[in-house]
Design a protein around this ligand. Sequence first.
Ligand code: ISL
Length: 550
Amino acid sequence: MIERKWWKEGVVYQIYPRSFKDSTGNGVGDIEGIIQKLDYLQSLGITMIWLCPIYESPNHDNGYDISDYRKISDEFGGSTSFDRLLEAMHQRGLKLIMDLVVNHSSDEHHWFKEAKKSKDNPYHDYYIWRGDNQNQSPNNWQSFFNGSVWKWNDTTEEYFLHLFTHKQPDLNWENPKLRQEVYDIIEFWLDKGIDGLRMDVISLISKRLEFSDVPNDMPFIDVMEQVYANGPRVHEFLKEMNDKILSKFDVVTVGEGPGVNLEHGPRYVSATEKELNMVFHFDHLTIDYGLEGKYDPVPMCFIRFKSIFSQWDKALANNGWNSIFLGNHDFSRIVSRFGNDGIYRLESSKLLVTLLMTLRGTPYIYQGDEIGMTNVSHESISDYDDVETQNAWRAAEDKGKDMNKFMKAVHWQSRDNARTPMQWDDTEYAGFSSAKPWIPLNENYTSINVAAADVDQNSILNYYRRVIAYRKANHTLIYGYFEDINPEHQQIFCYRRWDTYGEFLIVHNFSDHAVDWENPDKTLTFQIGNYDKQNKSKLAPWESRIFCKV
Ligand code: ISL
């Protein structure tokens, strides 16, 4: 029997604050902007908001490089705005999940400024240092964002480790003092009354201290899984964190888990292990990565896509809980990636939310997906802001790659696809700001925007509202068992959800063509779908239907 919890029964909406709503007219989204949109968010039926980092940061990686963990950045409105947001959310019964980025800090954090001064500085051991020869890196590890993970520090004549950019030195979790600092930071925010934490790359905090070379031909996905993630002490550290601090509050935790696979996943989230409540695994989001990684994309295998959901459901069925998501601020737009953002943008966006709301696990919606926002295709690399995209581009140039082909990969995979400003209306700058936004808008804002969707009964937005409400009202869709009843089908994803309260059948046609299909169980009646009329023996392109025994 699965234990009931508020965070299992809710729906999360993820906000990338920089791109959500600018209230000051400087082209950058801010907290007051979020407050202005709380009525809108509430109208969606979501119950929790996950905010990407809003702390003080030099923004080399848009807030994932924190220079003061206790300070809300002035650019976003500072602590006054934050307190107002938290209060306004709680008044509405909405829960707030904050990002916690403690695998690394910014190199502009005072810990690092001290640490690099000398080997006997009290903060030196807050970071990870190796090697003494400037001409020879300690090993051949490559950063998530290209180039070596090691950067030389002149003053102490050694290298420090950075799995992301050199502006994001990795913290040394082996040091109990550092761990206590992290728990104190968590306590600071939980005492303020926030309701949960999304922990950035938490699977990476325990390093394999031998720092052995990785085989040159090892795909990055395998390096992530076998070398960077799931290190020897990760579960010990998370148990300690839980014991010392998390267990004292009724909060939700979700750990971002690059490299967390089916084998390791259950340990992170098992209710008996007492570490985290959920993880984000990336099995379905790296499904199109080729041998050379994300910018070497290969066609997706639909059978595998389905099996990933089934396998994860099975792995966590008796102990633990899943997070259900198809995209976030690091990946392409879900309709462009998993649907059809051309003639079936409406239908396939609706299909994808039907999928999100009918799988077992807590569903996460990323800002803009509720109006079917799409990828962008800028012609020039200079229109891309993201450090990962920029570094990947430079590395490809250095390797003499075909840059036209690489640009296509950027259009498909760049993280900026998800970071273009939220499209509120069709006025200049899409109602996001009164000034030129920090990152170029997607030009389709004149037709794809909240104002237009709100008044159109057939819109993606109004369908989101219906299907979110339906999910929340049906216990079986939250907690019920899951079974894929046709795993080998090349176009259709069809599964049952059931428990003592009821039974559901959900079917989706993941293709641009009509497909023969009949409801196999006439005791189940049609409830909700993304087409006005249903054909008894066919599913239309990107059609979704929910059936239920009443
Ligand atoms: O973005 C990715 C693929 O291009 C991922 O590999 C991503 O870097 C990884 O999932 C970790 O992401 C998180 O930590 C990063 C930050 O840049 C991301 O925005 C964040 O979600 C470093 O803090």
